[in-house]
Design a protein around this ligand. Sequence first.
Ligand code: GLN
Length: 528
Amino acid sequence: MKYIIITGGVMSGLGKGITSASIGRILKNRGYFVTAVKIDPYLNIDAGTMNPAQHGEVFVLSDGAEVDLDLGNYERFLEINLNARHNITTGKVYRNVIERERRGDFLGSTVQIIPHITDEIKASIRVAALEEVNHGQQADICLVEVGGTVGDIESMPFLEAVRQMRGELPRHDLALVHVTLVPVDTMGDLKTKPTQHSVKALRELGLAPDIIVARSDQVIGLHTKKKISAFCDVPQQAVISATTVPDIYQVPMEMEKEGLADVLSEYLALDRRVPETDWYRVVMNEYTSRITVAIVSKYGIEDVYISIKEALKHAGRALGTEVQIRWLDAESYDTHQLGDVDGILVPGGFGNRGVEGKVAAIEYARVNKVPYLGLCFGFQLAVVEFARHVLGWTDATSQELGEGKQVIAILPEQYEVSDLGGTMRLGNYPVTLVPGTLAYSLYREETIVERHRHRYEVNPQFIRDLEQAGMIFSGNNGNRMECCELADHPFFFATQFHPEFRSRPAHPAPPFLGFVRTCRDQRTRAPR
Ligand code: GLN
């Protein structure tokens, strides 16, 4: 097992996750099997209880783990399925060590950050690296992305663990990639000082980078590379210029051009292989048409809905259709803003804020025959909208939202739940699709497996009434309704599950593919 450790300097938000995923991709294109671990130095056990407006989307893995959105990037770039062990947090590390201390595992000794916490970190990395993530296959190379910025108090024990790993492993089994920022000053000059300082901070912790990935708005030329090379003590060809590109799937291509694969191959003593380039052809397929999709949601922050954004792109690339997203704030938009869109999407969500705006958007889509895709909360609210306006149950609502006719009710297994962390209906569950429905025509399978994250469901008491009024529940897990659709509509489809988490650049999620295709076809047929 070879390890590539990725650290970040200067500031957060430099695209370390995309850099890591892209490094993995260029190695995967050379036939290596790559896995990935994300270290999040916060004290939370997982991302499940964190506000997505601050930390971005909570990504859900097949085993139900609620994790950092970077794991979504790894899954998409590397075409693997990760699990809870691939997201290591300070919370998990300390919990394990403290539990062992209580059991008496360290009887007699003083439990300390070094060696007890650092040993636990190293063990967790090793265990995660050896997990099978692709049909029983074990990886050749494991990426380990250390979240945060070098110098943060929180990440110190993790960097110390990396320092120990470097000493313990053969020289060719570990490479350290440091991602930094090279800003441009008011004169238009590239400034290397922040990079120098962050490398200095790394050195103080006993670590020296092998490769520097320099993020910048401008291409970093030879002159600047020489300077970084001299001050930071890495060979010039190991200074990689990483400018911002329009599509994240271009990043591995840019890294190829910079020769990163050769440098890595040398450090890790990998044989030089000719890369496979098929993937790029698929994921960068040219656009011949364009649609606009409105996403009506509580947060207008793209990072919160990154998997949905990517899933729309995957479907769009496959169809040669560029999907432009119009982000509409559910609390303040006007339905006029839906007048010229080709499709409407209501994503997952929690709580009352913006609910009426979401319901109004769903009503607009249903009545005006605009293609609609509802995901999780967007499914539940489609049922609420239908109950209110088709069945005439004006007080229809979800139990999550308050008093009224609760057509959406709490899952029975949630009655006793009091802890909020990791207790929703999470991860993979099978869904049976009804032949002859839109759902079935999208998936072409009777049983599918999709990822979930919810506490509420369609109230079994009202299923018959809803069905009799024309709502088609086209997928279920026993008595639990998993998707719904409407006849006499070009595309009105909503799912209790989250198909966006399983969408891959070369394998778009079927609901997204069907949605984008209908948006495009409707547009060319009858411009509204
Ligand atoms: N709030 C809803 C529930 O808990 C929907 C959750 C979601 O959209 N992820 O069931």
